[in-house]
Each structure stands twice: as C-alpha cells, then as structure tokens.
Ligand binder design. Structure first.
Ligand code: D54
Ligand code: ZN
Length: 277
C-alpha cells in the first residue's frame, strides 16, 4: 500500500537513464479500483497517492512506515477529487466532494473514510500529506474558494490559471501547499519559464488527458535537464533542486503539491529561458 522512495542527490541524478529516472521520480498505477495507493517520498516526507473507492468504502490507515497510531496523528492532508461525486467521512462527519472540490484535513482526525456516490461514475481522490505539528481546522475548498493566479500568454503557449487550494490565502496548514493549474485551450506549457525552490519539494499529478496524450515533464537542475513522459493520471516527484515544467501533446490539467521550509509561493528562483541547458 505504501511504497517508499528515498531522496536522490542532484549529483547522482545527472547519470540516470530513462528507466532509473522513472524508478526514482515517476508514479504510475494510481487509481486502481477499490484501492489506496500511496508513495512516501523521503524528500520532505511527502506522501502522494490515490484513493479510488468504487464498490466499497476505503479507509486511510497508518502503516509501520509512519510509526503512528493513525494516519493523521502527526500529519495533515490535502484531497482533491478528480472523478465523480464522492464523500470523505472524517470522524463521522461527511464532506461531499464534486469533481475538482478539495479538502484540507487537519492533524488529529482519526477516522478517514472515502466513498463514491455512484459506482458507475466513481470518485477519484488524489491526496498529498505532509508532517504537521498543529491541528488546523478542516476546510472544504471549492474551486471558487481557491485563490486564482493568472499566468502566461497565448503568445507563449502557456496561458493558465493556478488555483491555490491549500494556501495561506485560503486556509491554514502547517506546511502543505496544494492546488490545481488549468490551461487555456491551445496553451500547452506549464511552469515555463521554469523555476526551482530549494526550500520546498513538489509533486505534480497530471490528469484529464486522452489515453494517447503525453506530457513531456521537464526536470533536473536548470543546466542539466531531463524529461519524463507522463500519461493520464500519473504523478512525478520533483526534488527541491529540480525544475518542474511540462509540455503536452493534447490538453491536460495538473495538481501540484509542495512541502518543506516555507509556504511562500512567490519566492521561487526564476530561470531565464536562455539559461536552460
Ligand atoms: O511552485 C509553484 C508550482 O510550481 C506551481 O504552482 C506552478 C504551476 O502550476 C504553473 O506555473 O503552472
Ligand atoms: Zn514550483
């Protein structure tokens, strides 16, 4: 249920071939029917994964890997539903999540259950979780409650809106920051011009893609770039030393989540396009 990924050094990553890059950073096999799939990255101890309840309800449980009595004993959680209508039950209280609805769940919630309303159109819960030290209130976040940041232009093929869901402008969290980026029709690039933020790691999750569509996800140090091919409903870990940017062959949407030293979204180190190698 919980797969461990250790942190990798920028010095080692330079020598990785395609399969090793994928082994370290790419996350596939998400959203298996009636299954919880989680990847525990040792980079900032971020957990990313999927909960896909179809016929039955699924519980989020703590394994030995996190050494706690229950999943959120010392963690916080961000959830965004990318499927049909679903319900998250937190210590008995129900939160209904439509497609693109999010939920911040604070530390200390013991019992976490995920359900679909219609098994013909099941909910698909994408989750990020980071270590926490304070119990902040649970908040449901509709895309209309999210903080929109408009970026890019048609000319640069990167016109998009970044919806900040779990972010200081919307709700309190210990370190988790999470949101969703929607591209305008015809725009194919995300996060280009690229940036790094050595203070925080990031995980990108690409979805709403046709089966034959691809996103070439750009990663690596700015002068040592690589790509990882992403298909629908796949995620990729971005170490803090790495750029994270993608270009799609067809339309796509993605969810990003960060954890680390701070929550200052605007402190990224921008890279001039002329400096990438
Ligand atoms: O640090 C921030 C993250 O990389 C994303 O918010 C960027 C993003 O979604 C985009 O530019 O499209
Ligand atoms: Zn970033």
């Amino acid at each position: 249920m919980l797969e461990i990924r250790y942190a990798s050094s920028n010095k080692d990553a330079k020598g990785y071939d395609t399969s090793r890059l994928r082994e370290e950073y790419h996350i596939g096999g998400l959203f298996q029917k009636d299954d919880v799939k989680l990847v525990y990255s040792h980079i900032d101890r971020m957990i990313a994964g999927s909960v896909c309840p179809v016929e039955k309800a699924l519980k989020l449980e703590a394994g030995k890997e996190i050494g706690a009595e229950y999943f959120l004993e010392r963690r916080e959680l961000g959830v965004i539903n990318i499927g049909g209508k679903g319900i998250v039950v937190l210590d008995g209280q129900e939160y209904e999540l439509d497609k693109k609805d999010g939920l911040y769940v604070g530390m200390g919630i013991k019992d976490i259950i995920f359900k679909s309303i219609d098994s013909q159109n099941p909910a698909k819960f994408y989750i990020n979780s980071a270590p926490a030290h304070v119990a902040y209130p649970t908040v449901k976040i509709n895309i209309k409650d999210a903080n929109p940041v408009h970026l890019g232009s048609e000319k640069e093929l990167n016109k998009r809106t970044i919806y900040q869901y779990v972010h200081p402008a919307v709700c309190k969290s210990c370190q988790l920051v999470m949101g969703m980026t929607l591209l305008e029709e015809g725009s194919v690039w995300n996060t280009m011009p690229a940036h790094t933020h050595d203070r925080r790691m990031e995980v990108y999750f690409y979805f709403d893609m046709d089966e034959d569509a691809m996103v070439f996800h750009m990663m690596g140090e700015p002068q040592e770039t690589r790509h990882i091919i992403m298909r629908n409903e796949e995620a990729v870990i971005s170490p803090s030393w790495s750029i994270h940017s993608g270009v799609g062959t067809k339309k796509y949407t993605f969810i990003w989540g960060m954890a680390g030293e701070n929550q200052t979204f605007t402190d990224m180190d921008h890279i001039d396009n002329r400096d990438l190698l």
